[in-house]
Design a protein around this ligand. Structure first.
Ligand code: KIV
Ligand code: ZN
Length: 510
């Protein structure tokens, strides 16, 4: 059995998904969960891309101790310097430096000859080797690169000091058979290949990212890159949960496994979905709501007689448990705290008191407090402290089938002043959002609005996701409440507050 290293790029390639825009606390929350999942490497961001990226990579590198943290750099000294400054305090700092190699990128993007591309790559790796103990080099668009040239440049960067060689299918173009042959070719034609770990990085434009990653493993790859839920540029990256479970279930075939704690998969998937606002499709393999649902009578009958007739993966393997009613309004603080610990939601002592008050208030109104509810309120409370420029104090919405819907909102404003407005709309949400727009001093275009329940039941908590443009800047927001209108208002303000936070940060940087 071989052990395959898992390189998670949810916070870098994943964050490049359209409309995803995580703040520092959200990135830290995801990084901690990736550490719990036991990935080998976390790619925390692209430190030279912006001040915000630099800070989040540095904070993640400082916080995470049980896996290696890396950051992306172009083949330029200033990027490598920024990455070193961000990563130097981390556990096993490693650099991920890349350069495009395909003819199309050489001609149109880099405007460099083959020789110049080799020279740029080699000098970047040599420069980085003076700082980093470990360097991963990636040939961007490797899969549309001439194989002899790919082999040549790979040999040169190994000689220069790279110890992991990544062969990305940047545009999601290659097929599994072909991708396997690229790895085979490199193993046969790069003299120093035994000094390095080969890595696969697949995009899903043609729906082949997982099949390609598995083909790479069959042909000698020792590391797979991907993201949780497969989020990422365009159609996304290889979904790590799918890869890890495929290796686990088909050990007989692949003779390879990962170090991932598979039982942490469902929690990781739901955290990433919640914080990025990217819903997991119901039929998605491993983590979709229907992944373990047997609908047809024949299948149900078979599963009742013997699970393995139609079930190759048990939900428990990846951490899905039936969402039992765990606590209620009579539960004490001690029971609350120990349930959080059992759920892996360890909370510092000073946070227990305010959380318990929220729990009690909710438990008074809601019959059943499920594990999902607990996880949702802990997360929301932890993350809502950031960026509270506008804060919701009160809303009142009047709606009747023969009435013009009207909303009145009271907020605490940017200078802690009380802001009160009222407006109408064609429906309750429109009235509410028209009122909020009058309150937040700017123009808002709503691009998307989504509502979802946390768990089941008519008294379930409501989680609202919005995407909008506020003062010309695209942003997204999340709101949680028992009432859908309150959750909607919170999501709206969360999105507005993110833009104000970015604007304030830019002012400080200037
Ligand atoms: O897809 C890609 O080529 C990348 C590189 C930067 C590794 O993400
Ligand atoms: Zn990529």
């Amino acid at each position: 059995m071989r052990t395959i290293n898992i390189f998670d790029t949810t916070l870098r390639d994943g964050e490049q998904s359209a409309g995803v825009n995580l703040n520092l606390s959200e990135k830290l929350e995801i990084a901690k969960q990736l550490e719990r999942l036991n990935v080998d490497i976390i790619e925390a961001g692209f430190p030279a891309a912006s001040k915000g990226d630099f800070i989040s990579v540095r904070e993640i590198a400082t916080l995470i101790r049980n896996c290696s943290v890396t950051g992306l750099a172009r083949s330029v000294m200033s990027d490598i310097d920024a990455a070193w400054e961000a990563l130097r305090e981390g556990e096993g700092p490693r650099l991920h430096v890349f350069l495009a190699t395909s003819p199309i990128h050489r001609q149109y993007k880099l405007k460099q000859s083959k020789e110049e591309v080799i020279e740029t790559a080699v000098s970047a790796v040599k420069y980085a080797a003076g700082k980093f103990p470990l360097i991963q080099w990636s040939a961007e668009d490797a899969c549309r690169t001439e194989l002899p040239f790919l082999a040549r440049i790979v040999e040169e960067v190994i000689q220069a000091g790279a110890r992991v060689i990544n062969i990305p299918d940047t545009v999601g173009y290659i097929s599994p058979g072909e991708y396997g042959k690229v790895f085979q070719y490199l193993r046969e034609n790069v003299p120093s290949i035994d000094k390095v770990i080969l890595s696969a990085h697949c995009h899903d434009d043609l729906g082949m990212a997982i099949a390609n990653s598995l083909a790479a493993i069959e042909n000698g790859a020792g590391q797979i890159e991907g993201t949780i839920n497969g989020i990422g540029e365009r159609a996304g990256n290889a979904a790590l949960e799918e890869l890890a479970v495929a290796l686990h279930i088909r050990q007989d075939h692949y003779q390879a496994g990962t170090r991932l704690k598979l039982e942490e998969i469902s929690r990781t998937s739901s955290l990433v979905s919640k914080l990025t606002g990217m819903a997991v499709p119901a039929n998605k393999a491993i983590v979709g709501r229907n992944a373990f649902a047997h609908e047809s009578g024949i299948h149900q009958d078979g599963v009742l007689k013997e699970k393995t007739t139609y079930e190759i993966i048990s939900p428990e393997l990846v951490g899905f448990h039936s969402n039992s009613m765990v606590l209620g309004k009579h539960s004490g603080r001690h029971a609350f705290k120990s349930r959080l610990e059992e759920l892996g939601l360890a909370v510092p002592e000073e946070e227990i008191k305010p959380l318990f008050a929220i729990f009690k208030d909710l438990a008074d109104r809601k019959k059943e407090m499920t594990d999902d509810d607990l996880a949702a309120i802990v997360l929301e409370e932890r993350l809502s402290k950031d960026q509270q420029f506008y804060e919701l104090l009160q809303i009142q919405v009047q709606y009747g089938t023969n009435q013009v819907p009207t909303a009145t909102v009271t907020l605490s404003g940017r200078e802690n002043e009380v802001v009160q407005e009222a407006a109408t709309g064609a429906g309750s949400i429109e009235a509410l959002y028209n009122t909020l727009e009058k309150s937040v001093n700017g123009t808002v275009n709503l691009l998307d609005y989504r509502i979802q329940s946390v768990g089941a039941g008519r008294d379930a908590l409501a989680q609202v996701f919005v995407k909008m443009k506020y003062n010309g800047r695209e942003t997204s927001g999340r709101g949680l409440a028992q009432d859908v209108l309150e959750a909607s208002a919170k999501a709206y303000l969360n999105a507005v507050n993110r833009v104000i936070y970015l604007e304030e940060k830019t002012k400080v940087a200037l």
